[in-house]
Design a binder for this molecule. Structure first.
Ligand code: F6P
Length: 550
């Protein structure tokens, strides 16, 4: 694999950065006010304004040239065609097939991928429909009112984030809860007030071998059987989502009540398939399919739009621009929607498990910084917490602001019915104010002119020149949520392609899992803790045992 940093396109970008680094967004806008209209892209329902970036038309041209040098077009085609681009696991990467329209055929490695995907979606929709209609009942004949999804990582964050985002669409009187942590506080707290007769557990695990999930699922089974007094109750209250039918059967769940997927769907790319079962039960099969249509719209845009007008490509390339040419370490994602409270956490797995790599796909060390650190909180809460650093700190933190034109709240509650700015308008005003303040800041002269004492002026200077994307969406719906998620999935892909890494494996999580299993006996046995892997850990094991009286 060629070293991308040795390419003329990389050097051209480095030179360009040197020329642009000293220029302020105030100047860029003064020189070219038309950039506000020009540096925008529409993809389906998503509208991106990227004019508040430390970039010009030349930057975009040079970044697109870099993408071409990295072979992005061919990589996109290879992913959609099902080539084994997950090289370390020798697998296709086909999450895009989870939202194929029924009319489109796709066969890969001898598998009728499209047929299989739709068969599972139909089975999910049938089951979800029966639960929603009260035809699927619990062991004692009562209807289900709560679905508890037990899973972790991609088998939790996706459906949990999406359920929270779309809870206003949960129209069958069924709510969802999500248990993930092996900390017993999680499951105990989530089950405390539930009626076992009306609770359905969805045990979601791609491998069905994950310690946290299996431990929680066993605890849930004990909870249910204790309360309903019969082992036979399990088959009415437990279903599974997995790629591993054998382990599902071993656990004691009837594989007739298992919803499958395939090794070509990464866990963190999976909630638009069977892993989204709990969500589908809450919002219904039709709304779930609308969500898939939103994913698909961005897939098609990603596949066909020219790079300079391609939203995921531009946002991915800007991520590379700040990471590798400006030395930025992190990217904030700031949804101005309380419903998207879990979106940053979801993106953390999607982006950081995908691109947190220090070897390339060919096994050689990477040649540039990889893996942006994603973090964030919904606005306006973040404004009263960490935005101080965004505005006046020493670090450059590019940020994605996500806003919605239409609110959920009843107009009367929102205040808009009174004629003035409602709560949602105030929310949006805050988003716009923040991106403007971050870009343009406030100079010492402007502050002094307001009569601020000279000694205080430096403290009040707002440097500006802090780059942001603004994504404006008509309304948070199943469809637009699907589009937003697909956007970030493809951003990850673009960045991974430039960095030359395999964005679809996650070997770095394995060692800790094995060591935890090795260490567990040392915490409980009466023997001296010989299993500890190092002196510091051995001392901590001793201390833990003392504290637990062992
Ligand atoms: O440990 C990381 C991981 O493998 C993730 O990639 C995955 O989403 C999560 O664990 C859960 O895995 P599973 O769905 O197999 O239980």
């Amino acid at each position: 694999m060629a070293d991308i940093t040795e390419s003329p396109e990389w050097s051209a970008l480095a030179d360009h950065q040197a020329a642009l680094a000293g220029r302020h967004l105030r100047e860029l806008f003064a020189d070219d006010p038309g950039r506000a209209d020009r540096m925008t892209v529409t993809a389906g329902d998503l509208y991106l304004d990227y004019s508040k970036h430390r970039a010009t038309a030349d930057t975009v041209r040079l970044l697109v040239a870099l993408a071409e040098r990295a072979g992005l077009r061919g990589r996109i085609d290879a992913m959609f065609a099902g080539e084994h681009i997950n090289v370390s696991e020798d697998r296709a990467v086909l999450h895009t097939a989870l939202r194929l329209p029924p009319s489109e055929a796709l066969a890969v490695d001898g598998q009728d991928v499209a047929g299989d995907v739709h068969a599972v979606l139909d089975k999910m929709a049938d089951f979800a429909g029966r639960v929603r209609a009260g035809e699927w009942t619990g062991y004692t004949g009562k209807t289900i009112t709560t679905v508890v999804n037990i899973g972790i990582g991609g088998s939790d964050l996706g459906p949990a984030m999406a359920y929270e985002a779309l809870r206003d669409y949960a129209d069958a009187g069924i709510s969802c809860r999500f248990v993930s942590n092996i900390d017993p506080a999680d499951i105990v707290g989530k089950l405390a007030d539930l009626d076992p007769e009306r609770t359905l557990f969805v045990v979601a695990s791609k491998t069905f071998g994950t310690l946290e999930t299996l431990t929680n699922a066993k605890a849930a089974r004990r909870w249910l059987v204790d309360r309903l007094g019969a082992d036979e109750a399990v088959s009415r209250h437990f279903v599974a989502v997995s790629t591993n039918a054998e382990r599902v059967a071993d656990f004691g769940i009837d594989t007739a009540n298992m919803f499958g997927f395939w090794d070509w769907v990464g866990g963190r790319y999976s909630f638009d398939g069977a892993i989204g079962l709990s969500l589908m039960i809450a919002i219904g099969g039709e709304a779930f399919r609308e969500m898939l249509a939103g994913f698909r719209e961005i897939d098609e845009h990603f596949r066909s739009a020219p790079f300079e007008a391609n939203m995921p490509v531009l946002m991915g390339l800007l991520g590379v621009w700040y990471t590798d040419f400006f030395g930025a370490q992190t990217r904030a994602v700031l949804p101005y929607s309380q419903r998207l409270a879990r979106f940053p956490a979801y993106l953390q797995q999607l982006t950081m498990e995908s691109n947190g790599k220090s070897v390339r796909a060919d096994g050689a060390p990477v040649v540039a910084q990889t893996g942006e650190i994603f973090w964030g909180e919904p606005g306006t809460n973040g404004q009263h917490a960490f935005y101080q650093l965004l505005h006046q700190g020493t670090r450059l933190v590019p940020a994605d602001f996500i806003g919605f034109a239409e609110p959920f709240a009843e107009p009367a509650l929102d205040g808009a019915a009174d004629g003035g700015a409602g709560m949602h308008d105030l929310l949006t005003a805050n988003l716009l104010a923040q991106t403007s303040a971050l870009a343009f800041g406030k100079t010492a002269e402007e502050i002094a002119a307001e009569g601020t004492p000279a000694a205080v002026v430096p403290h009040k200077v707002m440097p500006g020149n802090r780059p942001t994307s603004t994504i404006l969406v008509p309304k948070l719906t199943p469809k637009t949520l699907g589009s937003l998620v697909a956007l970030y999935e493809h951003i990850v892909f673009v960045e991974g392609t430039i960095w030359g890494i395999d964005s679809f494996d996650q070997w770095g999580v394995e060692l800790g899992k094995v060591m935890a299993m090795d260490l567990a006996p040392a915490l409980t046995s009466a023997e001296p803790p010989s299993q500890a892997p190092d002196p510091s850990t051995a001392a901590l094991v001793r201390r833990y045992r003392e504290l637990r009286g062992r």
